[in-house]
Design a protein around this ligand. Structure first.
Ligand code: AMP
Length: 280
């Protein structure tokens, strides 16, 4: 496994390999867990060369968000990636990707609005800008994204379609802990009590699924209430949003429809904002 930090060196190395090998790419912000490693496993299974990037992208964090304290452990990450059979790790510094006079922004309109786009203004423009840069540097045949960040996956799919980026986007189902909590680098912020409270998020989504399966019609308002009521009444648990949207357009639905509906939620547990979703 080779670790590269210079964008030019990465481009030079990969351009030679690309002539006769397929390249699979997994962008991450590091502090890796089994969810990230599942994306790597898929890439390893389907591509000749696997490239993983580790970059905590300042552009996608708001001024009051956790950029400076986002968890980092490069040594451990590199060990895990080596064990997973990764060929190249791209590990740039912010200055390698963003010169002082950097002025370009990639904005995807409709699908970036609502859900996390509403709570985190500018977040998806930051994500799309860095992902397009990474795509230009790696020029992968396939790139792997987790369904945990479902809106991000749709934003990237839309960008790739709209801008004719020559890459196939592969979505990977959410990897969960034994009790159902979606794995996330941010779970490390949770206190012991917070970790116990956090399991109410997947449980609430499960309850909503059960209610949906028993009813021919379920209005969004009622569905949202099912989730809200299932959260513990505890000062540390605060709903950011629960939304029932079309799984492709991400536009709000009045009524839940089978095979079309994404239920997406964001919940604060203490100061930690956790997201999760289910497809109905
Ligand atoms: P991050 O490092 O949080 O930016 O995540 C990097 C990639 O891993 C993104 O495509 C995420 O959607 C994906 N990912 C993160 N957590 C999970 C999970 N629990 N299951 C599946 N994919 C995940």
């Amino acid at each position: 496994m080779k670790v590269i930090s210079s964008p030019k060196a990465l481009q030079n190395t990969l351009s030679k390999l690309r002539r006769n090998k397929t390249i699979g790419f997994v962008p991450t912000m590091g502090y890796l867990h089994a969810g990230h490693l599942e994306l790597v496993r898929q890439a390893r299974k389907h591509c000749d060369v696997v490239v993983v990037s580790i970059f905590v992208n300042p552009l996608q964090f708001g001024p009051k968000e956790d950029f400076s304290k986002y968890p980092r452990d490069e040594k451990r990450d590199l060990k895990l990636l080596e064990k997973a059979g990764v060929d190249f790790v791209f590990l740039p510094e912010p200055a390698d990707l963003y010169p002082k006079d950097f002025q370009t922004e990639v904005k995807i309109k409709s699908v970036s609005q609502g859900l996390c786009g509403e709570s985190r203004p500018g977040h998806f423009a930051g994500v799309a800008t860095v992902v397009l840069k990474l795509f230009n540097l790696v020029q992968p045949h396939q790139a792997y994204f987790g369904e945990k960040d479902y809106q991000q996956l749709v934003v990237i799919q839309t960008m790739v379609r709209d801008l004719n980026v020559p890459v196939k986007i592969v979505g990977v189902p959410i990897v969960r802990d034994l009790d159902g909590l979606a794995l996330s680098s941010r779970n490390v912020y949770l206190s012991e009590e917070g970790r116990r409270l956090a399991v109410s998020i997947p449980r609430g989504l499960g309850t909503l699924r059960d209610v949906f399966q028993k009813q021919a019609r379920l209005h969004t308002g009622k569905a949202k209430l099912v989730f809200i009521k299932s959260l513990p009444k505890h000062p540390e648990v605060r709903l950011d949003y629960v939304a029932c949207v079309h799984r492709q357009t991400l536009l709000p639905l009045k009524q839940l429809k089978k095979d079309q509906t994404l239920v997406a939620v964001a919940v604060y547990v203490g100061k930690t904002r956790l997201i999760d979703n289910i497809l109905l």
